[in-house]
Design a protein around this ligand. Structure first.
Ligand SMILES: O=C1C[C@@](O)(C(=O)O)C[C@@H](O)[C@@H]1O
Length: 313
């Protein structure tokens, strides 16, 4: 199996079909359709339905290291800030889906999701799976749909769409106030950092520190011959700069960059070697890049350039 995705169904979706009358397709039909579509792409699915906000959040926390993405229908929890914050904190690309379009526009989750699909019935979910399968959010496969650098887009958006019309919303491209502190860690990121670090209470803006011992025999090729690369399998500022440059030149999609950053960040958490004295700075920039597919944390080209500059100092 290839990537693993988490499907979260919110409250009352377990009664799908029953509440619509006997003619409606049921919850099990939805899950069967999802499993079939996922299997056709070699995607592994974990499907969880709950009527409890906390359980959905706990599931996200528990699965965050095992999954490449989330498909979430919050249902009546469309106004849940705890769920929104959890999606942001775990830093895994998420797509919000709704069967109908009734509440999609009011959802607070869409700010932290890479896209929102609504009003398409089961197809809202299935199209989310397709887009994950194409690597649009994870960089698993390069996607032609990714916007050119600096051209974040709104696709197929029907501002006047009724609840019955199909609506596909690329999450709005917001520029956030991060221009001068591209490496600063937002509270949600700090939460993610603390959770990942086992609550170690690391602080930001710390002094350069010595690296953890390198793991032998990992067989990973990180360095690419840069003058500043001390060892071939070490995470360096030069390598991160190189990846950002690839993104700016269009060689890498934003999803691919975020996905790369996430995998590197996890490696570093597990003790992979990082350039001496710059581990914290590298962790911060990887976290920022990981979250950069989310609208609320999206980085402009200018912010990416700022980050490259900071990684040079
Ligand atoms: O339970 C649901 C399902 C829903 O999220 C949907 O998928 O269309 C829409 C919500 O308004 C409603 O509460």
């Amino acid at each position: 199996m290839g990537m693993k995705l988490l499907v979260l169904h919110g409250p009352n979706l377990n009664l799908l079909g029953e509440r619509e009358g006997t003619s409606g397709r049921r919850f099990e039909d939805l899950n069967s359709a999802l499993r079939a579509r996922a299997a056709s792409h070699g995607i592994e699915l974990k499907i969880v339905q709950s009527n409890h906000e906390g359980l959905l959040i706990d599931t996200l926390h528990a699965e965050r290291r095992n999954i490449a993405g989330v498909v979430v229908n919050p249902a009546g929890l469309f106004g849940s800030y705890p769920l929104r914050d959890a999606l942001e904190a775990v830093g895994v690309p998420a797509v919000e889906v709704h069967l109908d379009g009734a509440r999609a526009k009011q959802s607070v989750l869409k700010e932290v999701c890479a896209a929102q699909l609504s009003g398409k019935g089961f197809d809202s979910y299935l199209q989310a799976l397709e887009r994950f399968a194409q690597g649009e959010f994870t960089g698993g496969r390069e996607s032609a749909k990714d916007p050119a650098p600096g051209k974040q887009k709104t696709i197929g958006r029907k501002a006047e769409a009724s609840s019955e019309e199909e609506e596909e919303t690329e999450a709005p491209a917001k520029t956030i106030g991060r221009k001068t502190d591209a490496l600063a860690t937002a509270p949600a990121k700090a939460l993610a950092r603390t959770a990942e670090a086992g609550g170690g209470g690391k602080t930001l803006g710390r002094k350069p520190q010595e690296d953890k011992p390198a793991k032998a025999g990992k067989g990973k090729t990180l360095g690419r011959g840069s003058k500043e690369t001390p060892a071939a399998d070490m995470l360096t500022r030069a390598l991160v700069r190189e990846k950002i440059a690839d993104r700016l030149s269009g060689k890498l999609t934003s999803g691919a960059l975020a996905s790369w950053a996430r995998s590197q960040w996890l490696e570093v958490q597990r003790g992979a070697p990082a350039e001496s004295g710059y581990r914290d700075m590298l962790e911060d920039s990887l976290q920022t890049l990981t979250l950069s597919t989310m609208p609320a944390s999206r980085l402009t080209d200018e912010q990416l350039v700022d980050m490259m500059t900071q990684l040079e100092e």
